[in-house]
Structures are given as C-alpha cells and as structure tokens.
Design a protein around this ligand. Sequence first.
Ligand code: ATP
Length: 309
Amino acid sequence: MILTQNLVKRYGKMVAVNEMNLSVERGTVFGLVGENGAGKTSTLSMLATLSTPTDGYAYINGYEVSRNPREVRRSIGYMPDSFGVYDELTVMEYLRFFADCYDVDRRLVRSRAEELLERVRLTDKRNTYVNALSRGMQQRLEIARCLMHDPEVLILDEPSSGLDPRSRLEMRAVLQGLRDMGKTIVISTHILHELAEVADEIGILRKGELVAVAAIQVMLQHSNAYRTLVLCSQGDDDAMTRVLAEDKQVLQVERGRTGIEVLYAGTHTQQAALLTRLVEAGVRLTQFTEKPTDIEDLFLRLSAVQEGM
Ligand SMILES: Nc1ncnc2c1ncn2[C@@H]1O[C@H](COP(=O)(O)OP(=O)(O)OP(=O)(O)O)[C@@H](O)[C@H]1O
C-alpha cells in the first residue's frame, strides 16, 4: 500500500532523508519513530505530496507521488504536525469545508461527519468554534477531518505532540479505533512507547536513515528477554570486566552515565549467579540494579551487537 524506493530529501547539502526503502502492507499501522530532526516530517510530507523528493520514488496505493499527486491526495488523509487557524468555523462547518475541498457527495457529508465526531469523541462539540477547543480536541478533530473523504491511507505527523497525559490517552483510544477500521496508517512520533498498543510495525529513523524495522511484538519480546544492568564498584574495574567477559549472557558492556551498563540476556536466576560471582571475585559493588528497558535504545543496541557478530 505504501512503498518507497531509495527515497531522498535534501535541503541544499543537508540530507534529511537518505535512500529510504520502506514497505507498509495494506491494513498495517506503521510507527515511524525518531528524535527531533530525524527526518520524520520530511518523509511524511513527501508521502503526502507536499514536498518533492530530491531522488527516488514513493508509491501510495500504486500511485507515484511525483507523477500522480492528485490520485495520491485522494488516497490519503494527512495530518500535519501543526494545526491551521480556522477561528471563524464551528466544528461541523470545519468538517463540511474539508468535505467540499474533496468533493464528497453532499448527501453523505452530514452522516459521515456525525459518525466521525463520535469516533473522535467530539459529538457534543459539533457547534463549538474550532478555536475554543482544547489542543487535544483540535488534534482529534484533525483526525476526523482527515477521514472525511474516506481515504484508504492515513498519514499522521506526531498526533500526540503537545498533549497532556489525559489527552494522550484519549488520542491513543482514537488511534486504536482507526486501526480496527482496517485503515493503513503511518504515525510518526519521538516516543516509541506511545505506539505499543497502536502500531503493528515500527521503523526507527536516525539522521534520515531507517536503521531498523520490526514488528512491535518482536520489539516487546526483546524488551522482556533482555535487560540492562547498571553496575558500580569501588576500586578498579578489572575483576568486574573479567567476570562479565566470562558470562555468555552478557551481550554488551558500556560505560554509562551512572555506571557500567550491561546488556544482559540471562534469566533472573542467572543474574543472581552473576552477582554472586562478582562478589566472590572481590568486586566491591556499590550498585547492581536493573534499568527500565527503553525499547528503542534496546533495539538499536541489539542491532549493534548483531552487526559486531
Ligand atoms: N525546509 C527546510 N529547509 C532546510 N532544512 C530543513 C527543512 N525542513 C527540515 N529541515 C532539516 O531536515 C532535518 C529533518 O527535519 P524533519 O523536520 O524532517 O525532522 P523530524 O524528525 O520531523 O523532526 P521534528 O520532530 O523536530 O519535526 C532537520 O535537520 C531539519 O533541520
């Protein structure tokens, strides 16, 4: 349903998206995760035909974004990362306006708008001015607006950004509803955990490069199977380094901000045995703790471990 081939976006000499090859099957919710400046907006705006690829191709629903932009636009609903100003419109007028832009059959507009308002939990706001809505409500209205012409594909750029925790939960429920509708959806975010209950697949974008793509289940399994241990000791680290090097469950050892960070694949029983061996080797431990798993960080570290094998 969505395919990119060596897709590139450059701004002058700056490479924002580098040779991206992405494939999203019909009905999949794909999360594009990356820090600020990773290239998420640049990617999504090319898919949405708002900016022209410097090189490569992007297809949506079989249409190429540069050659068939009109067909692509009809196939997608695009929610940018900022909300336009529509002070003078009520919620219902706003949806009607976009329905007109997309030539939606007038007989369908009212019922579709009502159905979508219910879906995004704004039914009681239908006559409220758009600028009087909270940010969370405006973001949900944007989702409804994207669906007015019933596109097969939704492209959502950071739909949860700037929302308070409660609004984030409401947005998550709305996104889960869209997923159940069978739409193909690309969602960008800089917080991977937000997608845990929404996305099927995750792609991690770093400095314009798609460095990892995996099913969310795989990522979650990894996060259960691997953990990061943080170790601190008094005195020299030689004995600790030796014991760690002898343990096959130790995949990676790095000096972190708070101590030695160990990527560990063993069970809790094996972890306890490792602690005993460290103590028996005379390591004067001041800390031996588990750090909460950051799935994105874990995934990147596992990729590094696999590359080094
Ligand atoms: N119009 C532009 N002109 C020049 N450089 C740009 C332009 N748009 C984006 N960039 C640069 O391209 C890189 C990728 O930006 P992009 O907005 O795609 O990242 P992002 O992952 O969406 O980040 P954010 O979450 O901050 O929006 C950044 O270094 C950014 O400064």
